[in-house]
Design a protein around this ligand. Structure first.
Ligand code: FAD
Ligand code: NAI
Length: 463
């Protein structure tokens, strides 16, 4: 009889966990995955990437019809919002994709153990009434919403991202606390559907972590779209009375407080790693000061046989980062060499236009050494111009001596798709010249990446 019930036990079935489980099974390891939700797929498929993109996609059509963008193309329509149908297509997308993971588990012979997992020791996990053992355990428990002290999320008037995906009515005034990715994506959804949206951000600019030029330009574009921003402002309290809320805000640097009333308040000030109830201490593990589980470059924790990936470990909280770590950890467990290049993880904000970046910001690159920067406006790109999408630019940051590309940033309608070529080029160690001399199909938005690369040497053609 085998010493352990399973070779690999994965706790959590988000993009990190389900991918790790499938890859481990593909490598011939007897694998189980513990998940406490009703459906597989974690935050991403159930309440994150997928449902938010379903609402962004649908609301984009509504907005194009409502704001005159379609009329400009010779299509006269007066849209009527059918919010229940819009929500139904969101729910359907989630159902299909979470069901798809269940199918993939069956196909790859991954056992789904339903329930919450808690360590008994490093190789033993309690799942409900059941105790299971495994030679290797992967913690992929993800993250959940960071609460704002003193503010209660009731999912009616004060909501988190999950509540904001499901609002039964378009609020007259939505106040978003936090001008990060969730605030801008979900704020955009409800702005497009008719809400007045105000974003209150503690820092002096939105989208921390993104390139400085991109943050400024994005803010300008969102303001033009009608979103109001209160930057350098902190929320000191939210009171709810009946169907509305009153926020008290004051300048971050101190000063006179003011109040803002709202029909719905979205709290989107970040996410925190999920380790509550895992009994990490029984496995001999502890979290760091930020609540994350520390790992080495192979995703191994401080305890032999226990590994961790995804949002629960340090690094950007992104689904594709979790997925790549899922593949790598399974390969490492199987004795292969699984690697993730954490210097080349793209980030995309799925607003209109999209905002995307990979590698270093100009600010960070400058701190590290001498750089050259090439910038090309989407206004000079024939496809963007033809499609009436003048906003945005592409920026390429290269090392001044070696010309190696250090970072690429785009604001463009399809920036999320464009950034893939930049990530691939960087993965291959490309120079800006390599990109400039790569033939790009015409007319595509991606030609702006080639032109930005040409601009690194000061020689773009179309501007
Ligand atoms: P998760 O997806 O959080 O999955 C962890 C799973 O583990 C959960 O299902 C949880 O129920 C389960 N679990 C936790 N503890 C236990 C336990 N003890 N026992 C059993 N099960 C347990 N990222 C992108 O890259 N692109 C996007 O467009 C994007 N959009 C987002 C939109 C929103 C609104 C949100 C909230 C997030 C979004 N993200 C996006 C982030 C993305 O969802 C996360 O980075 C990703 O889901 C992390 O994957 P994970 O596998 O680490 O964890
Ligand atoms: P975030 O970290 O992107 O943004 C939070 C914002 O809130 C920051 O700008 C921060 O300065 C601000 N803030 C913090 N405390 C505040 C306070 N008290 N008052 C006012 N502002 C305050 O976090 P967000 O938007 O909640 O997203 C969480 C995670 O989910 C992110 O790490 C992101 O990577 C991931 N995500 C990714 C998406 C994508 O890839 N398209 C989409 C949605 C989420």
């Amino acid at each position: 009889m085998a010493e352990f019930d399973y070779d690999v036990l994965v706790i959590g079935s988000g993009p990190g966990g389900y991918v790790a489980a499938i890859r481990a099974a593909q490598l011939g390891l007897r694998t189980a995955c513990v998940e406490s939700r009703e459906t597989l797929g974690g935050t991403c498929l159930n309440v994150g990437c997928i449902p938010s993109k379903a609402m962004l996609h649908a609301s984009e059509y509504f907005d194009a019809a409502a704001n005159g963008a379609m009329a400009k193309l010779g299509i006269k329509v007066t849209p009527e919002l059918d919010l229940p149908t819009m929500h139904a297509q969101r729910v359907d997308a989630v159902k299909q994709l979470t069901g798809g993971i269940e199918y993939l588990f069956k196909k790859n012979k991954v056992t789904w153990l339903k329930g919450r997992g808690a360590f008994v020791d490093a190789h033993t996990v309690q799942v409900g009434e059941q105790t299971v053992t495994a030679k290797d355990v992967v913690i992929a428990t993800g993250s959940s919403v960071t609460p704002l002290p003193g503010v209660t999320i009731d999912q009616k008037v004060v909501v988190d991202s999950t509540g904001a995906l499901e609002l039964p009515m378009v609020p007259a005034h939505l106040v978003v606390i936090g001008g990060g990715v969730i605030g801008l994506e979900l704020g955009s959804v409800w702005r497009r559907l008719g809400a007045k949206v105000t974003v209150v951000e503690y820092l002096d600019q939105i989208l921390p972590g993104f390139d400085g030029d991109v943050r400024k330009e994005a803010n300008k574009i969102f303001r033009k779209q009608g979103i109001e921003f209160k930057l350098s402002t902190k929320v000191t309290g939210v009171t709810v009375e009946g169907d509305s809320a009153t926020l008290t805000v004051e300048p971050a640097a101190g000063g006179a407080a003011e109040t803002i009333s709202a029909d719905v308040v979205l709290v989107s000030i970040g996410r925190k790693p999920n380790t509550d109830g895992l009994a990490l201490e029984k496995a001999g593990l502890a979290t760091n000061a930020r609540g994350q589980i520390e790992i080495d470059h192979r995703f191994k924790t401080a305890v032999d046989g226990v590994w961790a990936i995804g949002d629960v470990v340090p690094g950007p909280m992104l689904a594709h980062k979790a997925e790549d770590e899922g593949i790598a950890v399974a390969e490492n467990i199987a004795g292969q060499t699984g690697i993730v290049n954490h210097d080349v993880i793209p980030s995309v904000v799925y607003t209109w236009p999209e905002i995307a970046g990979v590698g270093l910001t100009e600010e960070v690159a400058k701190e590290r050494g001498e750089i050259k920067v090439g910038k090309f406006p989407m206004l000079g790109n024939s496809r963007a111009k033809t499609n009436h999408e003048p906003d945005g630019f592409v920026k390429i940051i290269a090392d001044a001596k070696s010309d190696r590309v250090l970072g690429v940033w785009c604001i463009a309608s399809v920036a999320g798709t464009m950034i893939a070529q930049a990530a691939q080029a960087m993965e291959f160690g490309a120079t800006s010249e390599d990109i400039a001399y790569t033939c790009h199909a015409h007319p595509t938005h991606s030609e702006a990446i080639k032109e930005a690369a040409m601009a690194v040497r000061g020689k773009p053609i179309h501007i």
